[in-house]
Design a protein around this ligand. Structure first.
Ligand code: ZN
Length: 413
């Protein structure tokens, strides 16, 4: 579309907008701007430069609900349907009146708004909700967000992997907006809108050897494509939004390319947020020996972070021959323990030193049987932290719905 169609001086009449709200949606071609009834007018003498400034400061989004007002999201059509809403009313008797009119059409008194929000905030009956202070604050926060988002340069781009999985028998996928928010919090922007998606939601045959094998292969294929694209697009950073079965996340971690730095994200329990919390790291980890075994080649490692591991659920072959160690959240495991990025870094340190200690205690050990109860990014760290040349291979056991642990797959082979 040409620029002329998005000049802010070309606006929809409010009444026309009501009638035409369906029009852009119904239009299948890109000529909706020409087909809808638009008027050219000098809207309440707001200077053209002020209008341009308002559209720029708000990035063409309603400053109240954040919907784009320079395109129709359903058809992708370019169309300006934003309106210039006054914080202090332009008309006497309107919402939020102020005696000093000299600055009314100043950009500081204007909000870019979609017709819905504009109508709502201008209702006299809602003036006690949409106070001038409330609207000034919402404008300030929206424009600050635009400023922060647009200040992030190319060097902060990241390529995103997101996972889909079943949680409590429900298919859980993460909305792009939620991912953008978490990335923005880290001053990162996605390198493209098409995220690499790894789907763990199919549960048929789960916990069979065939299932683990097939899913492991899918992860490897997905990562291969992911890194090829990253290299082609010169992206040197990746971000992983992880959910899914622990053995597969560990496998994924073990296959991550160390040449690209990777940030991990955690789906927090409080709602749908994936943003790292701005709080001090609180998680403390400890390592202990539960049992010293008779056979120095047999070792089991429990990782109790999100929940306790009931040793009675361990497979029967883990007998007195085994040395059994536990890395645990101290004083007690809980699901909501990983809140700040530092909690994750602290785990990584403790995991690496626990593996070293096992290697020191049991010289020549070439295999560890691992029983994890951990949050998703922690599982990835377990796989990622292993040194392929010097660390033992890990036989990962899985449990679901409090069933006994079963062998799933081996990583770091
Ligand atoms: Zn709105």
């Amino acid at each position: 579309m040409g620029c002329a169609t998005i000049l802010p001086s070309v606006i929809l009449k409010k009444t026309d907008m009501k009638k035409s709200r369906k029009t852009p949606t119904d239009n299948k071609n890109n000529s909706a701007v020409q087909k809808i009834d638009i008027i050219q007018k000098k809207p309440r003498n707001v200077a053209v430069n002020t209008q341009l400034l308002l559209f720029a400061l708000s990035a063409g989004r309603c400053e109240i609900c954040n919907e784009s007002v320079i395109s129709d999201i359903r058809t992708g059509t370019d169309i300006v349907w934003g309106e210039k809403a006054h914080i202090y009313a332009f008309n006497p008797g309107g919402a939020r009146t102020d005696l000093d009119k000299t600055y009314l059409n100043n950009v500081h008194n204007l909000l870019l708004a979609c017709p819905n929000c504009h109508e709502k905030i201008d209702k006299k009956a809602l003036e006690h909700i949409y106070t001038a202070e409330f609207l000034k604050d919402i404008k300030k926060r929206h424009e600050a967000r635009v400023e922060i988002a647009t200040s992030i340069g190319e060097e902060r781009k990241t390529k995103v992997i997101k996972m889909v999985a079943n949680i409590n028998n429900e298919r859980v996928t993460t909305d792009s907006k939620v991912i953008y928010e978490a990335l923005l919090n880290e001053r990162r922007i996605p390198s493209d809108r098409n995220f690499c998606e790894i789907d763990f939601s199919a549960i048929s045959g789960q916990n069979t050897q065939e299932y683990w094998k097939q899913k492991s292969a899918e992860i490897e294929d997905a990562l291969q494509t992911f890194y090829q694209e990253a290299s082609r697009d010169h992206v040197e950073h990746s971000s992983i939004f992880a959910i899914g079965p622990m053995p597969l996340l560990m496998h994924l971690g073990s296959k991550l390319n160390n040449k690209i730095s990777t940030d991990l994200f955690q789906r927090h329990k409080d709602g749908e947020s994936w943003k790292w919390k701005e709080e001090e790291s609180k998680a403390q980890y400890s390592f202990r020996t539960i049992q010293k075994g008779k056979d120095p080649s047999k070792v089991a490692m429990l990782i109790s972070i999100s929940g306790f591991i009931d040793t009675s659920k361990l497979p029967t072959h883990v007998d007195e021959e085994f040395s059994v160690y536990e890395l645990f959240l101290d004083p007690k495991p809980n699901y909501n323990c990983i809140r700040a990025k530092e909690d994750l870094q602290e785990f990584e340190k403790n995991f690496t030193s626990a593996i070293s200690e096992i290697k020191n205690n049991l010289e020549g050990i070439d295999q560890i049987e691992m029983f994890p109860a951990v949050p998703a990014p922690v599982a990835i760290i377990c796989g990622r932290s292993l040194n392929k040349n010097s660390d033992p291979q890990i036989r990962v056991f899985n449990t679901s719905l409090k069933e006994p642990f079963q062998y799933s797959l081996t990583i770091n082979q």
